[in-house]
Design a protein around this ligand. Structure first.
Ligand SMILES: [Ca+2]
Ligand SMILES: [Ca+2]
Ligand SMILES: [Ca+2]
Ligand SMILES: [Ca+2]
Length: 133
């Protein structure tokens, strides 16, 4: 085998394994769209900080009348349903503090292996069967 052929073959092999690596990443694509929305630095992990920023952003988006609480009408507009369980004192509205502690709870529950970050698999596993079925 000539040197040129050898390197051509070698290059093909490298290229092929790279393509394979990307192919194995494929399941992450089926993750619920919020995962990408929450993972703002795109490292494929949700950190506690990212979860916190997402919570604040969502709360403000949902609080249409800027009253500082989410009432039942505002809650029903939450298609992710992530705020629905947050009304811990059952007074019909979700305060910022309730929202905050709900998302901290989510983070701990979703982070199954307790490495303080949430990967796509942990995220999908958690929501499977809770909201979307
Ligand atoms: Ca991240
Ligand atoms: Ca409101
Ligand atoms: Ca409440
Ligand atoms: Ca984790």
């Amino acid at each position: 085998m000539s040197m040129v052929k050898f390197w051509a073959l070698f290059f093909c092999l490298v290229l092929f394994s790279c393509v394979n690596v990307f192919a194995q990443d494929e399941p992450a694509q089926v993750v619920k769209p919020e995962f990408q929305a929450i993972d703002t630095d795109y490292d494929n992990f949700i950190s506690a900080d990212e979860m916190q920023s997402y919570q604040e952003k969502r709360f403000d988006e949902l609080d249409k009348d800027k009253s500082g609480v989410l009432d039942s009408g505002e809650l029903s507009a939450d298609e992710t349903k992530m705020h629905q369980a947050a009304d811990k004192d059952n007074n019909g509205v979700v305060t910022k503090a309730e929202s905050d502690s709900q998302f901290k709870e989510y983070f701990d529950q979703i982070d199954k292996n307790n490495d303080n970050k949430i990967d796509a698999l942990e995220y999908t596993d958690y929501w499977k069967g809770i909201v979307y079925f």
